[in-house]
Design a protein around this ligand. Structure first.
Ligand SMILES: [Zn+2]
Length: 693
């Protein structure tokens, strides 16, 4: 077959991330995370996918592929016919967890995607550092996936094992197209990094079948994914292969979404009592995508859909679609995003609620939704490089995303709350989704491998390039190879982020062509930054980026410093949970208080925001030395040893106190205990629109 991978400079694919081989992360902070992913997370997850970790929730993921591969082989040999479809539910578990029947599917309907996300993360790890053993493991897994594939290209173990006549009959709630998307992302990444195209070829056969099945012809299925992911993956497959049919299939999925009559009504065979009422909000299928102006429903689905919409807007130049993307990004980040970058305010449907509803202790803020917001922001940056998008991306990455993984890479959060009382996690049914410590694994294990692939590909979010401009969205240390008109030129970046605001750029090859370096000015530095070495460059500031233009020489050395002072942060007054409270941040990091440092009953702590905040480097955990913040305030004390529940109000007794804050992403790495991001405060807690009396 022809080489599916194409190297083609496509004029519409401007402002792209660098090819993996042309961008290397050398940053101390991120390299440590990448090392953790390579040495700990990926081997650990491989064991988990194989159900080989005692005490952890069973995955059955590899079990399902093995069972499907054997079934496919038997069918090819004519030894058995495929069974008639039996709906076995959204999640099916064996009677005995350790004794699954060898020919049965177990787990969630989307269990296949866990392996695909792991494979994608492996690809990024291999791009960073060759590893024969890991590559051999991935090759074996790919062989298994390909053995499970049907002769016509179909590839979803749930239906292969439960009955192929049921395939595509429940697009709303089953995840064939979602799993396809993760397969496609893994296949593209693996082929681009290793040059091995076996998985990509299998993916293209599967995509070809989907293209035919979901055609616009009268006998084509007019459906679209219940859980978006295929869309952005098809655009990625198109970019890698140049096959326009994949792009067009993604556009069909997007254009059909939310059209009346609803496809999901037809699929379910139901006639709604109130046909005009918007439904399928949870799926973001309530309205056509160009008419969606409010972030609603399941937060991960929303982020993946909006990412696909942004890809479509970029590739087609559709201004209406771009307008919807802009409005949705604004709605998410100006009204529905936690200060940590988490999204999804309620466990009920893992979903958005309403504007400014950001409860700290019942937050959902799923790790996958955080990853999805990073996908969305990077795609918007590709369309229009505005620092507002990259500010969000940075906020999510350093806070609500990294919090999903323990410092040792072995335990994970699915839910990332901003306030925890361990007693409430077990005692309050509304908080049962909140865990005070990270878990070894989840039956629904979407988050850990998503984190692994995000960390491994952080360079894809840090830098993008056009023909004559290198954009630095994240101040990450690294080395990129830039193609200019007359040749290739390395650009070296060194960084002390997120701990200090120093960032430097050098040009070891020099470059005879004029090109532009566009460096984001982070919003948190409030315009306090210095640049040395740019005296001879033409410069301008646009949309939060400092553009520096010249023919850079070997002698050029740029040194940026962005002021990284501790800052008390307030919420918009409409966030009722945070009235009278502040969060503490420094640079891109949001900080939190833990019981381990401040004792129990954190709700009694009050900060004095007029007092200064001390910064001191401390070894918080083994191998983890970080700036710890110390602030002054008061602690409310009970006037009596055994106070009544209610009593006549008198001014509370309080004593002076000092409070220690650690980076939020590192919480729950010591002992289980209380944690809070937002703390009661006295002093300057003013909010927008505050009246001066
Ligand atoms: Zn997840």
């Amino acid at each position: 077959m022809e080489n599916r991978l194409q190297q083609r400079p496509d004029p519409v694919l401007q402002n792209e991330p660098f090819a993996m081989q042309n961008a290397r992360v050398t940053d101390a902070f991120w390299r440590e995370k990448m090392r953790l992913v390579r040495n700990t997370v990926l081997p650990h997850q491989w064991k988990l996918l194989n159900d080989a970790v005692p005490g952890a929730a069973k995955s059955y993921c590899i079990h399902n592929f093995r069972a499907a591969a054997k079934a496919t082989a038997r069918r090819k040999n004519g030894q058995e016919a495929a069974p008639h479809y039996t709906d076995r539910g959204f999640e099916v578990l064996p009677d005995e967890p350790d004794a699954p029947l060898p020919d049965r599917f177990y787990g969630f309907v989307f269990q296949d995607s866990d392996l695909y996300k792991w494979l994608e993360a492996v690809a990024y790890a291999l791009a960073d550092e060759p590893n024969e053993a890991l590559e051999a493991q991935a090759d074996a897994a790919i062989d298994l996936v390909c053995q499970a594939q049907q002769a016509d290209g179909y590839l979803d173990t749930y239906y292969i094992l439960n009955g192929l006549d049921g395939a595509f009959t429940n697009l709303k709630d089953h995840h064939e197209l979602y799993c396809f998307g993760h397969l496609a992302e893994a296949a593209v990444a693996y082929a681009q990094v290793t040059g091995k195209t076996k998985l990509l070829e299998a993916t293209c056969r599967w995509a070809d079948l989907l293209d035919a099945r979901f055609s616009d012809s009268p006998d084509g299925c007019q459906g679209y994914p219940g859980h978006p992911e295929a869309e952005l993956a098809l655009f990625r497959l198109f970019a890698a292969t140049g096959c326009a049919r994949y792009r067009d299939l993604a556009l069909r999925f997007l254009n059909r979404r939310g059209q009346r009559p609803y496809y999901f009504d037809k699929e379910r065979g139901c006639t709604p009592a109130a046909p005009e009422e918007p439904r399928y909000i949870y799926y973001q299928a309530h309205l056509p995508v160009r008419e969606q102006h409010e972030a609603v429903g399941h937060a991960v689905r929303a982020m993946y859909l909006y990412s696909g919409m942004a890809d479509a807007a970029r590739l087609t130049g559709d201004e209406t679609l771009l307008g919807a993307c802009r409005v949705l990004f604004e709605d998410v980040t100006a009204r529905k995003m936690y200060v940590t970058g988490g999204v999804g305010s309620t466990a009920d449907g893992e979903a958005f609620t309403f504007a400014y509803d950001l409860p700290n202790d019942t937050a959902y803020a799923e790790t996958c939704a955080a990853a999805g917001l990073v996908f969305f922001a990077r795609r918007m940056l590709q369309i229009e490089p505005r620092a507002a998008y990259a500010d969000v991306m940075e906020r999510v990455l350093y806070n609500g995303l990294l919090s999903g993984m323990s410092a040792d890479g072995k335990r994970f959060f699915y839910v990332n709350p901003l306030e925890v009382d361990p007693a409430a996690c077990t005692g309050d049914p509304r908080k049962r989704h909140v865990h005070p410590v990270r878990q070894a694994w989840f039956g629904c294990a979407c988050c850990p491998p998503n984190l692994a692939r995000m960390i491994g590909s952080v360079g894809q979010y840090a830098w993008t390039k056009t023909q004559d401009t290198l954009f630095v969205h994240l101040h990450i240390g690294g080395e990129v190879l830039l193609q200019t008109r007359s040749g290739k030129s390395h650009v070296l970046m060194e960084s002390e982020f997120p701990w200090e605001g120093n960032f430097s750029v050098r040009f070891p090859d020099g470059c005879s062509d004029v090109f532009t370096l566009a460096v984001r000015i982070p919003a948190w530095c409030a315009g306090q930054y210095t640049v040395e070495g740019a005296e001879n460059a033409k410069w301008w500031v646009r949309d939060g980026y400092l553009y520096l233009q010249k023919a850079w020489s070997v002698q050029d050395a740029l040194q940026f410093n962005f002021a990284m002072h501790p800052q008390f942060v307030r919420s918009d007054a409409r966030v009722r949970e945070n009235i009278g409270k502040v969060a503490l941040a420094r640079g891109p990091l949001v900080y939190c208080m833990e019981e381990a440092d401040n004792g129990e009953a954190l709700h009694l702590c009050t900060l004095d925001t007029a007092a200064g905040v001390d910064v001191s480097w401390e070894t918080l955990l083994p191998h983890t030395r970080v700036p710890v913040l110390t602030a002054s305030g008061f602690r409310i004390c009970s006037p009596e040893a055994a106070p009544p529940l209610y009593a006549p109000a008198v001014p509370p007794k309080r004593e002076n106190a000092r409070y220690r804050f650690i980076p939020y992403y590192l919480w729950a790495n010591r002992t289980a205990g209380e944690m809070q991001v937002w703390t009661r405060a006295e002093g300057n807690t003013g909010f927008a629109g505050e009246k001066k009396c």
